[in-house]
Write a protein that binds this ligand. Structure first.
Ligand code: FSO
Ligand code: SF4
Length: 574
């Protein structure tokens, strides 16, 4: 196997024996095969749209979900990937039949294999070949031929890595688009862009660095649309987030912990648990849910439990109830809680029950509820012996922040607010990530910090006090990683007031990346022309020094100075 799609990749180079995340070589091969086969279906869907005006919603939904399933820490279940590959080939044949019925024949050149597919045919050709794939072992064998190695050999590491940059950006935006779709929000232009990019990656044009970079920025533009659509989906369904204190202290009673990013699932679960005497807690990236009026109205949504994703083995083992995994990040479970955990949507763990939606999108969480009722929940003694923690504040989406904009603007104009930091992104277990904890310590008291994503867990429970002369907290959490959209709305509005551009505001972006959603957000920022972004704790392994130098020249992308956060702070304050 060879995988270097996330920040924690082995040695900062690539996972080759087994993933640092726990991904086995077998699952890696199946994921590679799924991406290869989705490139084929995406190409066909692109041609069907452009040549025959055929739009196939089942294909559109499938492609985004399938891509999402290969994101870091989403799915480790080999049987689910076999299912995805089979579904992909079935949909391909179905769509090809629609084209034939419409009297459209694809030009022979469109299915000519590219040198970087090695010994494999063009994915569109493979999808319709009658290859006998009877099970996991067959697929793994083919999957081994679809990995990154052939692309690196033919294209060289820089171009192969830039093609991956595009693919990872697509993974991130497909994940966000899939969340929006669960709430009934979709945009034909988004499907079209994803599929056009997949077709591009199978075309001779993808051997050109400039063309690949153009597609990366186009994916960044699409991701902006997607984050906006997801933000609208959340706020139209659940209302705009409002500042809300969240308890970190458990209450006595039966309990369910909901992790991941999917607000729609949380909502369905709150509905199904209402009146059943079960308390629902958020975990990880679900924390911002407490700020949404349409979710906080449920009295049994009682608080938040645990920290960032990488601590889940400790958190989940210490949780006396059932655990619902709606999206990443999920890790191979410990025996201690394996019987309590359930996967939903694209997530998957071997030997763990998986809950599927019915045809109308409804999910029956009966099994989770049943397990929660079997387990002890928090007892009075548990609660009595737990150390009392202070509430944390959430709910500072763009609406809430813009409502205090006049005070912020006044504070900037009168010098009481010297600088704003946006520390967005993910957390992780590596020691270099201590940089972010230290960075906060060096922030002068006349500054504010906006957080988003699970990186917030470095400081979410610390008291930063108020901005001098105002009743605005210095630390404002804007939400999940996809709420980078909210941060962009605020930055754009501030730039308008000061009649300048975002790059000239007293604002620094220090991004901690981990997986491919963060790649999509980075591409969005670059597409918008945002400069001087700090990126850490390590630069992506898939970007060679040559590729990095292009981004440094064009955008002044700055690697985070993880060994000297004080120096970084000094530079940002200048
Ligand atoms: Fe964190 Fe995981 Fe939201 Fe990521 S939970 S690491 S960027 O998946 O998505 O912030
Ligand atoms: Fe390694 Fe990350 Fe790939 Fe997992 S997802 S195998 S940790 S690079």
């Amino acid at each position: 196997m060879m995988c270097y799609q996330c920040e924690q990749t082995k040695g900062g180079v690539g996972c080759t024996d087994i993933g640092v995340c726990g991904k086995t070589p077998e699952v890696a091969a199946l994921q590679d095969l799924l991406i290869y086969t989705v490139k084929g279906l995406g190409s066909l869907a692109h041609h069907a749209r452009t040549l025959a005006g055929i739009e196939d919603q089942e294909v559109n939904t499938f492609i985004n979900g399938a891509i999402f399933s290969t994101l870091t820490n989403v799915n480790f279940a080999d049987d689910r990937f076999v299912e995805f590959v089979n579904d992909c080939r079935r949909l391909h044949v179905q769509l090809a039949a629609k084209l034939t019925a419409a009297g459209v024949t694809l030009p022979a050149s469109s299915t000519a294999s590219q040198p970087w597919f090695g010994s494999m045919p063009h994915p569109m050709a493979w999808n319709t070949q009658s290859v006998a794939l009877t099970g996991v072992a067959d697929m793994i064998e083919v999957g081994h031929q679809t990995g990154i190695a052939a692309r690196q050999e033919v294209l060289g590491e820089t171009l192969a890595g830039l093609q991956e940059l595009l693919m990872y950006g697509l993974k991130g935006l497909a994940a966000y688009a899939h969340h929006a779709e669960a709430l009934g929000y979709k945009d034909p232009a988004v499907y079209a862009n994803v599929q056009e990019s997949l077709a591009f990656l199978c075309s001779p044009e993808a051997a050109d660095v400039g063309a690949v970079l153009d597609h990366c920025f186009k994916a960044g533009a699409t991701n902006f649309r997607v984050m906006e659509m997801l933000s609208n989906a959340h706020t139209s369904t659940f209302g705009h987030p409002v500042p809300t204190p969240v308890s970190l202290n458990p209450l006595p009673g039966k309990a369910i912990l909901v992790t991941g990013h999917d607000m729609h699932d949380l909502h369905m679960l709150l509905e199904q648990t209402a009146g059943k005497g079960i308390n629902v807690y958020t975990h990880g990236e679900m924390l911002p849910a407490h700020g949404y009026p349409g979710l906080k109205k449920y009295p049994h949504l009682v608080g938040h439990f645990g920290g960032a994703w990488y601590r889940q083995k400790v958190d989940f083992a210490g949780f006396p109830g059932a655990i619902a995994v709606t999206t990443n990040c999920v890790l191979d479970p410990l025996q201690a809680y394996k019987d309590n955990i359930f996967t939903i949507n694209e997530t998957g763990l071997s030997g763990v029950p998986h809950i599927r939606a019915d045809g109308s999108g409804h999910k029956d969480f009966g099994a989770i509820i049943e397990r929660a009722l079997e387990l002890p929940g928090f007892t009075d003694e548990d609660v009595a012996k737990a150390s009392r923690k202070k509430d944390v504040m959430v709910g500072f989406g763009h609406n809430a922040v813009l409502s205090v904009a006049p005070q912020v603007i006044d504070a900037i104009q009168t010098g009481r607010l010297e600088h704003i930091f946006l520390v967005g992104g993910c957390d992780g277990s590596e020691p270099q990530r201590k940089y972010y904890s230290k960075l906060y310590q060096y922030m002068p008291s006349n500054t504010m910090v906006l957080t988003l994503g699970c990186g917030k867990f470095r400081i979410f429970d610390q008291d930063f006090g108020m901005l001098p002369g105002t009743n605005i907290p210095r630390l404002l959490d804007m939400g999940q990683c996809n709420d980078a959209y909210s941060a962009l709305v605020v930055a754009t509005e501030l730039a308008k007031v000061f009649k300048t551009d975002v790059n000239l505001l007293p604002l620094s972006l220090d991004l901690s990346w981990f997986e491919q959603k963060a790649v999509a957000v980075l591409l969005t920022l670059l597409h918008l022309g945002v400069r001087n972004i700090r990126l850490g704790p390590r630069l992506p392994a898939f970007l060679t020094p040559e590729a990095v130098s292009v981004l440094v020249d064009k955008f002044n992308l700055i690697p985070a100075n993880v060994v000297d956060p004080a120096a970084d702070m000094k530079m940002m304050m200048q």
